[in-house]
Design a protein around this ligand. Structure first.
Ligand SMILES: *[C@@H]1O[C@H](CO)[C@@H](O)[C@H](O)[C@H]1NC(C)=O
Ligand SMILES: *[C@@H]1O[C@H](CO)[C@@H](O)[C@H](O)[C@H]1NC(C)=O
Length: 544
């Protein structure tokens, strides 16, 4: 997900003292807001095909770039883990309620997962969001994946196939989820599939083609399917909030704005305003010149493309996890061209923020309200669906009483409620995520699930964490009705989890017993049959 700026102690200290001077009445002190969400607000929980499904080579599924990446040798993923089995969800589709499911692979796979969900639920809940994405290893090997502009028309064909097959039931389509990470981690740092390190160029080119592909899919839906299917097509962008370190320093304010434009504006500006943000064009253009190039490393949209792309999102999907303090980087970087370098800024964290199971993830609820309001003013108050928001814990943490996740949920959902009161048009919220799962280059070391998954057990059993109970209450009440009730949810959630904790503690015993039934019993039976056969043979010999 996010690259982490290594924050030196020196910077930390500096930040603390500057924050102290710059901020009296910091946003953290804002009070809790009791109230409910607009009627018809959608609630859901997200999941993702590659991260949970397993069955990587079953039923005609072609290999995805992630299958190839994780199978390609040592050092790609922590512990050299793969998601070949993951949560075994392909064989365990039994979830309920609003659900978003990302489909990552060949058309055949898209059918495989969605067809299975549809047959399970009869009809998909109206609020469900279907992700398209396209990460076929075949297209990667043959054409170079998103470096090749041909991908845009392959993507459109694939989208058409999904619209045709499932558009009668799926009414909210998301073309891409977190395309910034796809571009940056896939084509710049190489931390994600396809693992390319084309520093300073590959990511901008990939993003350029992804934006065009999104626009083609949207136009195709608008032209061919919308009148029949009456659905919506949007894109989902992940971005943390960037807050100026010193709100009285214009340089810091500019740097924080730049952080947001390089993050959200990179994709949202072309789609809502027809072109990349000015600040990206300026910075990347200037640096490219300094690096002796005669063209900017940021590709250019033609006039025709600009008008074709502008206005191609029926809603804005937003993924959001955490916040950074931002200050200008006022010393030259000695590294070569890169996305990090192009931004000329430094990301900092406040050491007082609660940190969670991923080293980049701090709980800073007030940043969420600011990001939602930023999206509202920047892009003309679009309908917003929050598509990802959640918190992780470490692999070895087998605590189902996830008090801190309850605090995170409560804080972030409350700030979203405040943003709606501010006027942001937020239509729905999808919490991330349903299950503990494969976390990309981190393997299974970070747990984001509402449900704990015991990966050591072949059956991958699931156990609800306390936050499940709490989230259910928020959904049932459509918000936070009053202090007394909200407090009672908290207590109830923590009561049930201790029982589940005891169950989980028995897990080694259970899997032992399972081994007994699955291995020892058949072995003993086989031995019995063999011995009986030998005895019978001896008996027959003796008689003859
Ligand atoms: C891009 O894809 C097309 C097929 O659509 C292929 O003919 C072409 O060789 C690819 N270009 C590169 C550089 O791989
Ligand atoms: C979308 O489709 C409608 C109805 O066919 C059409 O009027 C409109 O111009 C289309 N929008 C774009 C941007 O092509």
């Amino acid at each position: 997900m996010k690259p982490v700026q290594v924050v030196t102690l020196w910077w930390m200290l500096l930040l603390v003292s500057r924050l102290g001077a710059a901020r009296k009445g910091s946003p953290e002190e804002a009070s809790f807001y009791y109230g409910t969400f607009p009627r018809g607000f959608s609630w859901g929980v997200g999941s993702s095909a590659y991260q949970t499904e397993g069955a990587w080579d079953q039923d005609g599924k072609g290999p995805s770039i992630w299958d190839a990446f994780t199978h390609s040798g040592k050092g790609k993923v922590l512990g050299d883990e793969t998601a070949d089995v993951a949560c075994d969800s392909y064989y365990k589709v039994q979830v309920s309620g609003g659900l978003s499911y990302s489909l990552c692979c060949l058309p055949l796979v898209c059918m495989r997962t969605v067809a299975q969900l549809i047959s399970t639920f009869k009809s998909l809940p109206l609020s469900s969001l279907g992700y398209l994405l396209l990460c076929s290893q075949l297209l990667q090997v043959k054409y170079g994946g998103w470096q090749n502009v041909s991908m845009t028309s392959y993507f459109r064909d694939y989208a058409d196939l999904c619209f045709e097959a499932f558009g009668d039931r799926v009414k909210h389509w998301i073309t891409f989820g977190d395309p910034r990470a796809m571009a940056e981690k896939g084509y710049e740092t190489g931390h994600h599939a396809p693992g390319l390190k084309l520093r300073g160029t590959g990511l901008y080119k990939a993003a350029h083609h992804i934006i065009k592909a999104h626009a083609q899919a949207w136009h195709s839906y608008n032209r061919t399917w919308r009148s029949k299917q009456q659905g919506l097509v949007g894109i989902s962008l992940n971005c943390d909030w960037g807050e100026p370190v010193d709100i009285r320093n214009p340089k810091d304010i500019e740097a924080a704005e730049r952080y947001l434009q390089f993050c959200l504006g990179w994709f949202a500006n072309p789609i809502y305003a027809g072109d990349y943000p000015e600040v990206m064009k300026d910075h990347i253009g200037r640096k490219s010149k300094e690096q002796g190039l005669d063209m900017s490393r940021l590709p250019v949209f033609s006039l025709q493309e600009k008008s074709y792309i502008k206005g191609t999102s029926d809603f804005l999907g937003l993924g959001h996890f955490t916040t950074r303090y931002i200050t200008e980087r006022n010393y030259p970087s000695r590294q070569g061209p890169s996305y990090q370098n192009d931004r000329d800024l430094i990301e900092l964290v406040d050491p007082n923020w609660p940190d969670l199971g991923s080293k980049w993830l701090y709980s800073v609820p007030w940043g969420f309200r600011r990001l939602l309001n930023f999206a509202k003013t920047q892009y003309g108050n679009p309908p917003i669906y929050v598509t990802e928001n959640g918190a992780s814990q470490k692999l070895h943490c087998t605590q189902l009483c996830d008090e801190w996740r309850i605090q995170y949920l409560k804080g972030y959902i409350n700030e979203m409620l405040k943003a709606i009161k501010d006027g942001a048009n937020v239509k729905g919220y999808t919490s991330w995520s349903l299950l503990d799962k494969f976390e990309w280059e981190k393997g299974y070391s970070e747990r984001y699930g509402f449900y704990y998954v015991e990966f050591n057990d072949r059956n991958k059993p699931r156990y609800p964490k306390a936050s499940v109970q709490y989230y259910k209450k928020i959904i049932a009440a459509n918000g936070f009705p009053n202090p007394r009730e909200v407090e009672s949810w908290h207590l109830k959630a923590l009561e049930t989890c201790s029982i589940n904790n005891q169950m989980l503690a028995l897990e080694p015993l259970l899997s032992h017993m399972q081994m007994v039934t699955e291995i020892v019993v058949p072995t003993v039976c086989t031995l019995c049959v063999l011995i009986a056969a030998v005895l019978l043979t001896l008996l027959l010999r003796r008689q003859s």
